[in-house]
Ligand binder design. Structure first.
Ligand code: GAP
Length: 446
């Protein structure tokens, strides 16, 4: 058995995602809505598992963190104070012939790639997505869908401090939808107009910010590799001063080697005291921390690790994709496709497979399915699958990353034992049905 391919082309990944129910084009039956994607039955499990793993590590796994779930809609003054209404821009050029628009910073050549026409000078294009609230459609009803979740954290800084009595350093984490009117989209779920962010604001004493920035870069890297991502597919890139966001003193990106090249998966920014000071000034509310030691109010600095959920999901899928040359049950050479997803991320944790649809096997297989499922220890889907040959079912489960299959065969009726098959090694081991739940738990959770 040889594993010969770990870098998948994007077309293969898009096709697998559709075929197996991970990701579908939005509004497909109407011709689709550009760069908008829906997560299918397995995609929603994978995405939830990624978000839960992040929450578990960043919030539950630390003593210095609390969570928040702020609204997507916020007062328009928030976006004025944060600088987004005026400065959340991308440089844009427009073709003078066909009026196609392109990001000036992503242009390979100075002519239109659509029609060869002449391009305009770059101009700033605001990325905030607008909407209107209430029954009257006038200027007062105009508001924005948030382009980042961070501002919900900054404006709640005082509320969280009062409610939790935290001391510096401490952080507030949040996962939620964000919207940007991107000019160029594409590369599957990499750049879309609606996406999810997992981010946290970590408040520290001024002067301690640079040390914390370095620590967060290390901790974030360790999160990806701890969930099985190949370190060789990850790299760090510091922002050039010219590309820094309007609020940042320094930013380090964690980039993943996507099928088309390196791309940002997460940014870890030093936002200084920019946001808290801006909101204090604009709202008139003090957003400071009383330092008991120094006996004075200080405005904390902020380190912000901010990861795109959709990009992270795509990176885990690409990273897990493996092809192997193997010999099938009937002795033929074949290519086995598998997703070597970490068990914590795998959408289906265990598949229960009766050897065939023979009516003698179904009652025992269903009973086993019921007992594994209701044990609740697998932390995710337990699937019952009896359609098609056992070989095909193994391949199907391999292709969606199911770490363990349990096969119920005719011997099981007499010896009260079943076979556990491991996705990565294909090794099979017979275990007593009474020990099955413990055995599965040991292999999945440790
Ligand atoms: N609060 C900081 C912030 O929003 P960002 O680098 O602009 O920083 C955070 O966005 C993360 O969100 C990025 O690292 C990226 O993974 C993801 N992201 C940004 N724009 C995106 C888009 N158009 N589509 C999908 N994900 C996107």
């Amino acid at each position: 058995m040889t594993a010969f391919s770990t870098t998948v082309d994007l077309g293969t990944m898009v096709s697998l995602c559709k075929r197996r129910g991970f990701i579908f084009q939005s509004s497909e039956i109407y011709g689709g809505l550009a760069s908008t994607w829906d997560y299918g039955p397995l995609g929603v499990e994978l995405k939830n598992n990624v978000k839960n793993a992040w929450w578990k590590a960043m919030v539950w796994g630390r003593a210095d963190m609390v969570g928040l779930d702020a609204a997507i809609l916020m007062h328009t003054d928030v976006w004025k104070a944060s600088g987004h209404a005026e400065r959340f821009n991308d440089p844009l050029v427009e073709c003078k012939e066909c009026h196609s628009r392109f990001r000036a910073d992503e242009l390979d050549e100075q002519i239109c790639s659509n029609c060869g026409g002449e391009l305009s000078e770059p101009r700033e294009f605001n990325q905030m997505l607008q909407t209107r609230l209430g029954p009257v459609q006038d200027d007062t009803s105009l508001t924005y869908l948030r382009p980042e979740t961070a501002q919900g954290i900054f404006v709640n800084f005082g509320n969280v401090l009062t409610a939790t009595r935290r001391k510096l350093p401490f952080g507030i984490a949040q996962i939620g939808k964000s919207f940007r009117n991107e000019i160029t989209t594409g590369s599957f779920t990499f750049r879309t107009r609606e996406f999810e962010i997992m981010e946290l604001e970590y408040f520290v004493r001024p002067g301690e910010d640079e040390g914390w920035h370095e620590r967060w870069v290390k901790d974030c890297m360790a999160w990806y590799t701890g969930l099985g991502m190949n370190p060789e597919h990850l790299q760090l890139r510091d922002h050039d001063p010219k590309e820094l966001a309007h609020y940042a003193k320094a930013t380090t990106d964690i980039e993943y080697q996507f099928p088309w090249g390196w791309g940002e998966m997460q940014g870890i920014a030093n936002r200084t005291d920019f946001d808290l000071k801006a909101h204090s000034e604009a709202s008139g509310e003090s957003l400071t921390f009383f330092d008991d030691d120094a006996k004075e109010h200080i405005t904390p600095y902020v380190i912000e690790p901010s990861a795109g959920v959709d990009r992270t999901v795509l990176a885990f899928l690409v990273d897990a994709y493996t092809e192997e040359e193997t010999i099938s049950a009937n002795g033929k050479e074949e290519t086995r496709v598998l997703l070597k997803l970490h068990p914590e991320l795998a959408p289906i944790k265990v598949a229960i497979l009766p050897l065939s649809r023979n009516e003698k096997l179904a009652p025992l297989a269903k009973k086993i399915h019921q007992s594994v499922q209701s044990s609740g220890v697998m932390g995710g889907l337990v699937q019952y699958d009896d359609a098609q040959s056992i070989g095909r079912r193994y391949r199907r489960q391999d292709e969606v990353g199911t770490p363990l299959c349990v096969t119920v065969d005719f011997d099981s009726l007499d010896d009260d034992a079943v076979t556990i098959r491991d996705r990565d090694t294909m090794a099979q081991e017979r275990v007593n049905i009474d020990d099955l739940v413990d055995e599965l738990k040991k292999r999945l959770i440790g």
